[in-house]
Design a protein around this ligand. Sequence first.
Ligand code: HPA
Length: 254
Amino acid sequence: MDKAIIGGTGVYSIGNSISKEIETIYGKAYVDIVNINGEEIVFLARHGKGHSTPPHLINYRANMKALEQIGVKYIYATAAVGSCNENYSVGDVVVIKDFIDFTKSRPLTFYEGGDSSVVHTDMSEPYCRNLISRFYDEAKNLSINIKGEAVYCCTEGPRFETASEIRMYKRLGADVVGMTNVPEVVLAKELGMCYSAVGIITNFCTGISSSIELHDIEGAMNRNKEIVTKAFINVFKGNLNQESCRCKNSRIIL
Ligand code: HPA
C-alpha cells in the first residue's frame, strides 16, 4: 500500500472502504483502505470523519507516521483555501507550488535532537514535481480547469485572518491561505515521501471580497472534490517511482 489521499475539509471518503486504526509513537491515526481495480489505496480524513478536529489540534505527526508505517510513499492531498489573489475565485482549482509558514504552536518535525538526530529538510521543492506533472495530465483527460499555481500561506487558525493580515500575506507573495498544509507537507518530506496538494478555493480571504459564508465553502468543495479525487486515483492507477524528483533525498542529516 504505497499510495494515499489525504482529504481536507469537505472530503471525507472516496468510496467503499475498510477502516483501520494505526498506532504510532505519536498517537493513533485512522485511515480507510479503498480497493481500486485490485489495488489498495489509503484514504485519510485530515480533520477526522465528521470534521471533528480543528486545524491546530490535528495530530499531523501521527497521521504521517501512520502512513509511513503502512508503506505509503506517494500522497495527494486536497486543501480548502481562501484566495487573496483576485485571479483565483470561488470554485477554482489551483496546484500548490510553495508555502509560507505562519503557524505558531504545532509540533513541526519528527526530529527533536538526541536519539532522533538533527535534520534540516530541503524545502527548495516541497511539492513533488512528478506528482504535480501527473496530476496535470489526468486533469487534462478529465477536463478539470486548473486556474494556476499558488503559493499557500499557512496560518495557525482556527480563526480566520484579519484584513491587515491578508494584506501582509498577499504582499509577501501568497495566493491562497489555509490552516493545514504546514506541517503536513514538511513531515512528508522528512519521511522521504512524494507529496502534492491541490487547493480548491472556497472563499475570498477577509478584506479581498465579501465576508466568508459557510455555504460558499461547502458549495465550492462539493463542485470539485469528486473530479479532483478522480484525477488522483487515475494517477495512482499507473506506475509511480521516485526517480524523477528529489523527494526521497530531502533530509540533510548533520
Ligand atoms: N483562511 C484560512 N483558511 C481557510 C480559508 C481562509 O480564508 N478558507 C478556507 N480555509
